[in-house]
Design a protein around this ligand. Structure first.
Ligand code: ADP
Ligand code: MG
Length: 397
């Protein structure tokens, strides 16, 4: 749709008014490598995608905030003086949650607005449509209200909205990547200290292909909590050898090899091994990417998948089938599950010419083995949240 058609859509839903409609966009994100180590003091390497969430906003003369989305039938209407205090289990929770957190940060929304959302991130697939929504809402409202924006604070505030109002216990990586993303760069992030660095992600001749297994993630919360307590158990034992050790991921592979015998439980030892080596792989990825060595980066992606599958045990048949099929395609440099696991998406680095064969070959093989029709998204690494110029076109949903 053209910009003019979007404006017509806005007027159809919200009614006409003299004030200008402004457009904002926040990306989705994919984690390139560094999985399940954020809560172990490790480094993650996410990147913002070009698919994302677009928000159209127009000031109102009264105190009402009115909300609509092209992807969901529910609408919202709330007075800025009496925001809902409890969630209603609809998408508008994310918006009210962010508004509440803005007020906590002394940046209350002081005017009424009409807001229309549209997005093209598949929901619930681990590409963070929720973080994208939160961050675009926060950024747009702060811009409209004339507040200075600190992107790291915006990420933290959005995460608080998701943890608190919405009640989903997620880490900071998603909101951080959505907020701080940079075109053709990945973000090296320490989720504990929020220290970060933009790492060039120059993949000329190659494409990032995201494969959606369409497998619904079940039991993720209990498995996640189990992994966390196993990591705590490993840390407690390793502390008897290295009393100064604060986080598992701070241990070097060499130090781990020397100390690992202290861990009697094999499962716990495997979990720790994943964390230590995955963190090392993130560092090696950074070097490889800075040198433009995509082959090495691909190999690190493959090693990451095997470790998540065999040592951390957070993969599933669907993810494994998709990764295996991806690696069978000539032109695939690397492929791995991305996100929490047990379903969701894979990310692969594929030679540009091979992308059609990849989508067809992996799709057919996956469907034959699992009976599920997957989806593929050929992604560009885009910018973090921003206001769009009036000429900007919105990606078709
Ligand atoms: P993920 O973040 O992995 O995509 P979540 O379950 O955390 O999955 O978030 C998905 C939810 O975010 C949706 O169910 C909806 O409530 C909200 N959301 C995402 N995109 C939109 C959109 N375009 N319009 C309205 N709500 C959205
Ligand atoms: Mg989410």
């Amino acid at each position: 749709m053209s910009h003019v058609q979007w404006l017509e859509e806005f007027d159809n839903r919200m009614g006409k008014a003299a004030e200008r409609v402004r457009f904002f966009h926040a990306p989705g994100r994919v984690n390139l490598i560094g999985e399940h180590i954020d809560y172990n003091g490790g480094l993650v390497l996410p990147a913002a995608l070009h698919i994302g969430t677009t928000l159209m906003i127009r000031p109102r003369q009264d105190q009402w905030v009115r909300l609509a989305s092209l992807q969901f039938p529910e609408t919202g209407e709330a007075s800025i003086h009496a925001l809902p205090e409890a969630k209603a289990d609809v998408w508008t929770d994310y918006v009210y949650g962010v508004m509440q957190e803005l007020a906590v940060d002394n940046k209350p929304v002081r005017h009424g607005y009409d807001i229309l959302i549209t997005g093209n991130i598949p929901n619930g697939s681990g590409l963070s449509s929720s973080a994208s929504l939160e961050v675009v809402v926060g950024y747009a409202l702060m811009t409209m209200e004339g507040y200075a924006i600190d992107r790291t604070k915006l990420a933290v505030l959005s995460q608080r909205a998701e943890n608190g109002f919405v009640g989903v216990n997620s880490g900071i990586m998603d909101q951080f990547a959505v907020s701080q993303g940079k075109k053709d760069h990945a973000i090296l992030l320490n989720c504990d200290t929020l220290a970060y660095e933009h790492v060039p992600f120059q993949i000329q001749g190659y494409k990032l292909v995201i494969g959606n297994t369409k497998k619904r993630r079940g039991l993720v919360d209990s498995k996640y909590n189990e992994r966390r307590s196993q990591c705590e158990a490993a840390l407690a034992v390793l502390k008897t050898v290295h009393p100064e050790l604060e986080y598992l991921a701070h241990l070097s592979p060499d130090a781990f090899e020397q100390a690992k015998e202290a861990i009697e439980d094999e499962t716990v030892s495997n979990r720790a091994q994943h964390v230590v080596y995955e963190n090392e792989r993130v560092k090696q990825s950074m070097t490889a990417l800075s040198q433009g060595d995509l082959k090495v980066f691909g190999e690190l992606m493959n090693a990451s998948h095997m470790s998540l599958r065999d040592l951390y045990e957070v993969s599933c048949t669907e993810l494994d089938v998709m990764v295996e099929a991806a690696l069978a395609i000539e032109g695939t440099l690397g492929s791995r599950m991305t996100g929490a696991g047990f379903g969701g998406c894979t990310v692969s680095l594929v030679k540009e010419e091979a992308v059609p064969a990849f989508i067809e070959g992996v799709g057919a093989h996956y469907e034959e083995k699992t009976g599920i029709t997957p989806e593929f998204y050929v992604c560009e690494v885009g910018d973090g949240v921003h206001e769009c110029s009036h000429e900007a076109t919105i990606t078709e949903v």
